[in-house]
Design a protein around this ligand. Sequence first.
Ligand code: PEP
Ligand code: MG
Length: 767
Amino acid sequence: MSHTQKDNVALMCDVAELTGLFDSSQGLDAFLGRIISTVAWHMRAAVCSIFLYDPSARQLVLRANQGLNPDFVNRLRVAIGEGLTGRVLARRGPVCIGNVHSDPDYRVIPGLYEERYTSFLGVPILRKSSPVGVIVLMDPVENYFTTNDVSALQIISSQLAGVIENVRILLSVREGHAARSVPAGPADGGADPGGTYLVQGRGGGHGVVFGLSTRINHYLHASEEEAGRHNGLTEADFDRALAETERQLLDMQRTLRDRLHEAASLIFDAHVLMLKDDAFSGKIRQRIRGGYNPWAATVEAVRAYAKAFADSPLPAFREKVLDVEDLGRRLLNNLSPDEGGDGIDYKGRIIVAEEILPSDLLKFSVEGVTAILLLGGGQTSHVAILARALRIPLVFAGDRRLMRLPEKTPLLVNAQTGEIVVRPDPAACRESLERAAREKELPPPPADASPAALADGTRVRLLANINLQSELAVANRFRAEGIGLYRTEFPFIISNTFPTEEEQFALYIRVLEQVPSGPAVFRTLDIGGDKALSYFPLQHENNPFLGLRALRFTLQNPEIFRTQLRALIRTAAAAEPGRVKVMFPLVASLDEFIAARELALSCVEELRAEGKDCRLPPLGVMFEIPSAVFLADELAAAADFMSIGANDLTQYTLAVDRTNQSMSPWYAPHHPAVLRSLQRIVSAANRAGKPVSFCGNMASNPQMIPFLIGIGLRTLSLDPQRIPVIHDIIAGLTADGAARHARDLLALGRLSEVERYLAENAPPRTV
Ligand code: PEP
Ligand code: MG
């Protein structure tokens, strides 16, 4: 069989297809059976097997198989590291062998009839880095599987992990609890006093907005009388609502993919699975036939599912409650679209919730919510970063009265100050909104198209800080000369699972295509601190900012790191030499930088051996910790380039949590100790002849630009919207004048003196 026939495997065999295989499945084994025949067909392989991991026995169990003796299903057990399949799990990586008969680990299992197959390809199925199982392909043709096949099977396996988990959850809920009755919603405490009042929260972004409230994270509340209002509905109405809901979900999925390329993994997978599950819709139909009205039957089934998920001790189950309720609302809305019912069109609404996941935020953004109010903050503040990138106003407010608001309560939300006015006075509300609209207008693209330069002609490069790909257009609009900081963790944060190497590669290539010239500096994963992955629980830490974060995290999880480095190295090979650069966040020692570089070098060798295009990109150090400042000369000698992350450098130099609103008076990037650290780093770069750039928020602050230019920085990376303002400030400076300004500031030992000096020597065109 020719390999060209296998070429489009990755495209053909996607999650939608795999999810579709769970159409009212009789059980997990039947579902897995359908999967292996689909995968075997797409991969044109004679044998396909799925082993699932049994954590209590620490063994893999053959659960589905095509091409071998079926009697071994559920009987064949393999220990980690045992044979070729066990090796896949032990390595947590693919094993591809052209001829198994010459491999020392190969062992013949009498009666399995495996002997006639020569080629072997096995990849692990991992969820949150923990083993779910192994998928194995075999074929009689020697050297049958190519490197393309390895990638394709890895993509399939990453998608399978999520689908298998969802199916397992669904089946166990269905078997265990679906029939239980459900009490009324949880007690919230703190009653809504009615009338107009102010709730003070913590702002998480920009924007003043007005909207009607919608509470989520609660069981569908529906009274007998409400059910009575929907008495005329029939089973045919329910079937129509089911079909319409599925259509809407698929539509949203498409929109999400078009808008946010990072959200490659399916956000709505659990919804679709549940819709297709006969135990869910079948149960509702049964109740309808037994005389229940369809509306009440739907409410009952949704409540039962939500309760069963909520009661689970497993976080993965509890996270699905929101999905269940969301599905229920959609169904109800489609059952009686004109009545409103409890179903909700989220457009224009202000969501009130205890907590949400990044994937929920994406759903809401696609549906056009106006704002989000969260009762829980802290842990989820990566949601705030994402909300900013998506331009959704978000406020953290611990006031439980919000959870008691009747549906559709009018709210005025100021996401900057954190103020929430409940039932605002219409005139005051109009005035606030008009003022906000005036302030909100995006600055026009700069009329002056010339690149940034000082008054004496010295060039300064202004690059963009990018969190999500949707911001690339803004970078182009404001004429960024490239990307100085691409925070690669955001695609990880908004995914449901670790993006594969192929997914990352495709994402990074898109970045290059969208900003077609200038450097593209990719920062490797900065997870930990306030940025968590919902699918990869980190150990509890009392001080997460001082814990396993950024480079420490990736060095501790080399498989995750290698996958990203391989994707970046392949991206570098696809661009002009030197355009793609890679930098490591939170480097604390020379040893860490060297370890990271060695890992990158080994990835280059590995890719070369696989025959893939690759090029080691320039590797940089981010200066974000005081220890790196003291080692600036050594780090400058070792690195290809340097970048200053003053947001963290300020936090760690001054021992002030950058995310703690109440500590903001102590968070002073202009503190003399921070200013002197910046100067030391730039001097070390100059001594070593290495390029240095600056990517902290200070580069967006006109007041600090003369200092940054004055210590010799000529490349600044910032929020692209701020480029026009900073461009103008720079045009008003001379190199000599800025150097004098910096010298003056560096001589000051007191914060108050620095503040006075900055106030008296503000740049002429401060905005
Ligand atoms: C910084 O710390 O200055 C920086 C640019 O990185 P981040 O804000 O993503 O931590
Ligand atoms: Mg940082």
